[in-house]
Ligand binder design. Structure first.
Ligand code: ARG
Length: 459
């Protein structure tokens, strides 16, 4: 009973099961470093403003440094019997320095404290995710450079559409992931204001200096409405949403990797270190890592919905519902971090079967657009050229031929404009090379994309 921060008004201890239900230490203990550094900044401010004595301030800060060092080194174990990480740190402080430790919570509430800890923790987590995204983008750029001239079929509706290079295909993911970084940076900037000093909900009667704590903790400013400061969890939703898109992108990529690994495609082979076998079928080599990533996207979306739902009905200011923010947002970060961590080396070590890709591109009249473009260049309106090539393709399908194997006289049955140079025009390498428009699939354009993306990574 007496070990509760809120003991005093109560005459009976919390029911054991209600206590377990209420406690958050199991999952908020990971914020111990943020809780302690936040407390040190608060103590320094209390002492600088004369709210507590210089001597008490120094004693508190010294003891907090000791607690941090001891938890870091494993000398001090976080007591899972504590209600939450804030209670644990304060109780340990009081255990170490007695009554002086009891002055730390002056002009502070666990409501602004937890809002502070969470922002500090998620700020670091966001930086880690951005670093992992950058690493993955680098890996993709390197692969794209190596395969900027490797021909593969580009698809729409999962039907062979036009020839592209594998490098071009890979680079598309870099642009998605760059946008992900941008979204995370935007969310981080909005999140980076300090709620410390909002108190329980209404601010405080003490002459605190909020700008001082905000600055010393690396914030760009302070939350300017105390009710909002303690009850805002928008940043969790924004981050979960940005991470949902990260997972959506990894999931789409995974889906393609899974297809490409199949015997039907065989465009790539994943390294043994990133594949798994079957317990019964000796021949199997499964892309479990990609499948798991596709599966885990749903889990992160679930976290996002949990956060949105948790927020939608709670009146101002703090309500205990908000304790549910942590497991959801932590799970988003843990999941995305794990996915990004395995994804990069999985891609780095995959083998690419360029012959299979080119062969797949050879069948299916993938160069029909180029054939129409050829007639267009000879003066026909595109729509008319389109129709002629459509009729030609229908004829070739009927006679089991391809644009490459048709004779010139067969071509000429459909238009007099066809000449010997049509074979050059429908050559797959030429088809890719000629798509020089900005953002197109030609190796020159892909090289530009790679250079652009690499430059963005330096920022
Ligand atoms: N464990 C709590 C949470 O995560 C800390 C804040 C407690 N505040 C309170 N008024 N009970 O939200």
């Amino acid at each position: 009973m007496s070990d509760k921060l809120w003991a005093g008004r109560f005459s009976r201890a919390l029911d054991a099961q209600a206590n377990d239900y209420n406690a958050s230490i199991r999952f908020d203990k990971r914020m111990y470093a943020e809780d302690i550094t936040g407390s040190m900044a608060h103590a320094a401010m209390l002492s600088a403003t004369g709210i507590i004595s210089k001597e008490d301030g120094e004693t508190i800060i010294g003891a907090l440094e000791g607690i941090l060092a001891d938890v870091n080194s494993g000398k001090l174990e976080i007591d899972l019997g504590a209600e939450d990480i804030h209670s644990f740190v304060e109780q340990e402080l009081v255990r170490r320095i007695g009554d002086t430790g009891k002055r730390l919570h002056t002009a502070r509430s666990r409501n602004d404290q937890v809002a502070l800890d969470l922002r500090l923790y998620l700020r670091n987590q966001t930086d880690e995710i951005i670093a992992l995204l950058k690493k993955l983008i680098q890996v993709i750029c390197d692969k794209a450079e190596a395969y900027s001239a490797a021909i593969m079929p580009g698809y729409t509706h999962m039907q062979r559409a036009q020839p592209i290079s594998f490098g071009h295909h890979l680079m598309s993911y870099c642009f998605m992931l760059l946008r992900d970084i941008g979204r995370l940076q935007d969310a981080r900037a909005r999140m980076n204001v300090s709620p410390l000093g909002c108190g329980a909900l209404a601010g405080t009667t003490f002459p605190i200096d909020r700008e001082m704590t905000a600055q010393s903790l690396g914030f760009d400013g302070s939350c300017l409405n105390s009710l909002d400061g303690v009850s805002d969890r928008d940043f969790c939703v924004e981050l979960a949403s940005a991470l949902s898109l990260v997972m959506a992108h990894l999931s789409r990529f995974s889906e393609e990797i899974i297809l490409w690994c199949s015997w039907e495609f065989k465009f790539i082979e994943l390294d043994d270190a990133f594949s798994t076998g079957s317990s019964i079928m000796p021949q199997k080599k499964n892309p479990d890592i990609a499948e798991l990533t596709r599966g885990k996207a749903g889990r992160v979306y679930g976290d996002l919905i949990s956060l949105l739902t948790m927020l939608k009905g709670i009146p101002l200011a703090y309500n205990k519902d908000m304790q549910e923010d942590k497991e959801a947002i932590f799970d988003c970060f843990d999941t995305a971090k794990m996915a990004l961590t395995v994804f990069a080396p999985m891609l780095e070590t995959m083998r690419v079967n360029t012959d299979r890709m080119r062969k797949a591109a050879l069948e299916g009249f993938i160069n029909a657009t180029d054939c129409a473009d050829y007639l267009c260049a000879k003066g026909l309106p595109f729509r008319s050229a389109y129709k002629i090539v459509g009729e030609l393709v229908a004829y070739l399908i009927r006679t089991s031929k391809t644009l490459e194997s048709a004779s010139l006289s067969e071509y000429k049955q459909f238009s007099d404009l066809f000449d010997e140079d049509v074979y050059q025009a429908i050559n797959l390498e030429r088809c890719v090379e000629k798509r020089q428009s900005l953002g197109g699939t030609s190796p020159v354009q892909v090289a530009k994309q790679i250079a652009f993306v690499r430059e963005q990574l330096q920022k």
